[in-house]
Every structure is written in C-alpha cells, then in structure tokens.
Design a protein around this ligand. Structure first.
Ligand code: ZN
Length: 190
C-alpha cells in the first residue's frame, strides 16, 4: 500500500485525494505520484511545514514585521470584538466602541472601524477557541456529548452541542456548535 504521510496527517485539507486514500498493486506508478502533486497535496505539505517550523510560515513572518505598536492596537481591537460577541451585541456596535476608546485617549485608527472587521475578528477568535478545544480533547481519555434541539422562528431544527470532560480535575462543559438538523414539518391545525 502506497500513501502520502503529509496528506494523511491533515485529512480535512487532503479532501480524500488519491494518496490520502492510498493505492496498491498495479496502481503504484510514477503517474500516480505525478497526479498526486496536482491535488490538495501542496496544502497538506504547507500545513506539515508550518507544524514543524511555525516561525517560517508566511503569516508568522508578517507578524514579526508588524510593529509592536500595530500589534498592540490589533490586540485591543480583538478585545473589543470579543466583548461585542460575549455581550451578544450587534456587530454594528463595534465602531461606536472604537470611538469611545478614542475619546478616552486610545487611538485605534479607522482602518478596522466597521462591523465587517468586527465579524472577521469574532470568527478568528471563534476558530482559535475551537482549535484550543480540539487540542485539549486530544489529551483527554473520555468525553461525553450533550445536545438538545429547539425550533427557531423559520421552523428549522437547531441542535446545541456541548461536551463534558475533566480538565485539571474539574468537570467542564464547553459549548461546541449549533448544528442545523433539518426543516421541521409545519404544525397542522385541525
Ligand atoms: Zn500528499
């Protein structure tokens, strides 16, 4: 059986390409390798390189070049975006909060002073928290899943998913996702 180590290390990036699945027998040919190099293989190679040497990735190089001042401003903008999400406030509140900081003597610039930037920051924070959770789960032996659904206003069944596991000797219940199950049948009126 011939398969690609890099691709198997990153199943979500490999998207089931030929050598992620693997070939055997007569299919072990140079042509298979040539075809493989044209698939999602390069993404997996990149991810593998980033894992081995994180400081060598393009994003890390950009961050290193970013001045300390800019980094500080970005951290504060991310904190404001986190606050907006945590308070379940609309993203459109973000520019006003940036203005408030300006009034209090903290100039955060106008580049990201809009609701779209706020959405991007919140999505990045969410992804990072999800990645942290995945890392923690890899180190835990047991976990259980709790879920319950309710029907929203558009008659769609939305399932809330939580996990339970033990962290530092204490049980924790992090929220994982809201999953759309399917449309609910309309209630019949007699
Ligand atoms: Zn590969």
């Amino acid at each position: 059986m011939m398969f690609c180590k890099s691709c198997r290390a990153f199943p979500s990036l490999a998207k089931g390409n030929n050598l992620f699945v693997g070939v055997s027998g007569g299919k072990i040919r140079i042509k298979t390798l040539q075809e493989h190099s044209k698939t999602s293989h390069s993404d997996c190679e990149g991810a593998q390189a980033a894992k081995v040497n994180p400081s060598g990735t393009p994003i890390a190089c950009v961050l290193q070049k970013m001045s300390e001042n800019v980094r500080e401003k970005m951290t504060k903008l991310f904190n404001i975006a986190y606050f907006v999400a945590k308070e379940e406030a609309p993203f459109t509140m973000f520019p006003s909060l940036v203005d408030l900081h300006h009034k209090n003597g903290l100039d955060l610039g106008d580049t990201y002073k809009n609701d779209n930037a706020c959405r991007t920051f919140v999505q990045a924070i969410g992804q990072s928290m999800k990645d942290d959770l995945v890392e923690k789960l890899k180190n835990t032996h047991f976990f259980s899943v709790m879920s319950d659904s309710s029907v929203d206003r558009s008659q769609k069944d939305q399932e809330m998913v939580y996990l339970t596991y033990v962290e530092d000797g204490k049980p924790v219940n992090p929220f994982v996702d809201i999953v759309f199950i399917g449309a609910c049948p309309q209630p019949r009126h007699p």
